[in-house]
Design a binder for this molecule. Structure first.
Ligand code: XUL
Ligand code: CO
Length: 450
């Protein structure tokens, strides 16, 4: 048995030797070069501290089922928090991921005042800093939990209570200092309770003005301390509030543009959040790409039959292929992004080993998606069909639209005398069913040969 705290051997790449998935990677081969980069460079996988080390696998109907190796071994919350850092870094190196992510409140307990809380937090950050140096594991992003403590019941930067707003600002300031100290690649703002339960008691405009001011203060403070982490907004349409202000990618982009923040922020997009907004994951990524705002990805998936944010580990190869298609087309997951598993095992997968099993499936599913998307990219399958679909804009009347010389009068002159039959000859079938079958064929064939 290995020496590490989880008693699990380093997870190996085993390839396609067995159809039964165990504690080994079938597709994820970290240093394998695909479409010009290694798998680990494309994906930059991250482990989410809050799920993997904090989540007890509760649901709204029952308490936690999780069994963890640190349970019951430490007498004070601080001792437990410090020990968990060691467990966490052993987990990262055993699994073979290069990044992790955390909220301030995941890693350390709170004191009575913000000053006391910050002092406790710093002790744990000291330990994290040591472990980062020792292992080479890096911080994909950190963030601040401005939603768990009861003080934030009506939001933080959109709270109607100015004392709470001020507290949130103070808390956030220290969180940015930690990002600087640990060299965070990104800094994430997920609007925990920044939204409303009910419009009758809500001044929506005032709340949005307040949170925009908050973000400007963050930008100013980052400049003051020389913090260069990429700021990211993480959209989600609802849960816990009935309506979250950062509803989806398009809404968040409009908000950032309205308040003069668009050049300072990008987006961290999450699969299950996309579904809650009535979108696919691919849609959210495409919208962000179109605006030059793709920042990073929270990798998880939802369930067609369950209406909540269930944060399931990704296993849907069709979706991972779609996501990696977008990433390859973009060239990377944003300038400093990665794939953070904002995901938890099912309540019925309660052993510590299941944490490894779940991450392996997530990493393998994305590695498989990368292989398929890279091959489709190399063979031009999707790019060719899209280029062909819009080719009438490459010349003739279409080109005048794109070069800005067309007017309604020039379009009318062009269209006025074309007979219906000739016009309909310009319209082509998409053969969409064949397109979908082609993608299926690439998935089956590529993974069959992997
Ligand atoms: C909540 C969620 C958060 C953010 C970070 O749904 O996704 O964990 O990723 O605050
Ligand atoms: Co998330």
């Amino acid at each position: 048995m290995s020496e590490n705290l989880w008693n699990i051997e380093k997870i190996p790449y085993v390839g396609t030797e067995s159809l039964r998935q165990g504690l080994g990677f079938r597709y994820y081969d970290a240093d394998r070069v695909v479409a010009g980069k290694t798998m680990k460079e494309w994906m930059r996988f991250g482990v989410a501290y809050w799920h993997t080390f904090e989540q007890r696998l509760v649901d709204p109907f029952g308490s936690g089922t999780a069994i963890r190796p640190f349970d019951g071994k430490y007498s004070t919350p601080l001792d437990l928090a410090l020990a968990k850092v060691d467990y966490a870094f052993d987990f990262f190196t055993t699994l073979g991921v290069d990044y992790f992510c955390f909220h301030d409140r995941d890693i350390a307990p709170e004191g009575d005042t913000l000053r006391e809380t910050n002092a406790i937090l710093d002790k744990v950050v000291d330990r994290i800093e040591e472990k980062m140096k020792e292992t080479g594991v890096k911080l994909l992003w950190n963030t601040s939990s401005l939603f768990t403590n009861p003080r934030f019941l009506s939001g933080a930067a959109t709270s109607p209570f100015s004392e709470i707003y001020a507290y949130a600002g103070g808390q956030l300031k220290h969180s940015l200092e930690i990002a600087k100290r640990l060299g965070a690649e990104n800094y994430v703002f997920w609007g925990g309770r920044e939204g409303y339960e009910n419009l009758w008691n809500t001044d929506l405009k005032r709340e949005q003005d307040h949170i925009a001011r908050f973000f400007h203060m963050c930008v100013d403070y980052a400049a003051e301390i020389g913090l260069d982490s990429q700021f990211l907004i993480e959209p989600k349409p609802k849960e816990p509030t009935a309506h979250q202000y950062d509803f989806d990618a398009a809404t968040s982009i409009a908000f950032l543009q309205t308040y003069g923040l668009a050049d300072k922020f990008k987006l961290n997009l999450e699969g299950n959040h996309a579904n809650l907004a009535g979108h696919t994951y691919q849609h959210e990524i495409r919208v962000a790409r179109a605006a030059g705002m793709l920042g990073s990805l929270d990798a998880n998936q939802g369930d067609k039959l369950i209406g909540w944010d269930i944060d399931e580990f990704p296993s849907d190869l069709y979706e991972t292929t779609a996501v990696m298609h977008e990433v390859i087309a973009e060239g990377s997951i944003g300038p400093r992004g990665g794939l953070n598993f904002d995901a938890k095992p099912r309540r019925t997968s309660f052993t510590a080993e299941d944490l490894f099993r779940a991450h392996i499936v997530g990493m393998d599913s994305y590695a498989a998606g990368l292989l398929v998307a890279a091959r489709m990219h190399e063979e031009g399958v999707i790019n060719d069909l899209v280029a062909e679909r819009y080719s009438s804009f490459d010349s003739g009347i279409g080109a005048t639209v794109e070069d800005g010389t067309a007017t309604l009068a020039s379009l009318e002159e062009h269209a006025l005398d074309i007979p219906q039959a000739e016009l309909m000859a310009a319209v082509k079938s998409d053969h969409l069913e064949s397109v979908k079958a082609t993608i299926n064929n690439y998935i089956v064939d590529t993974l069959g040969r992997a």
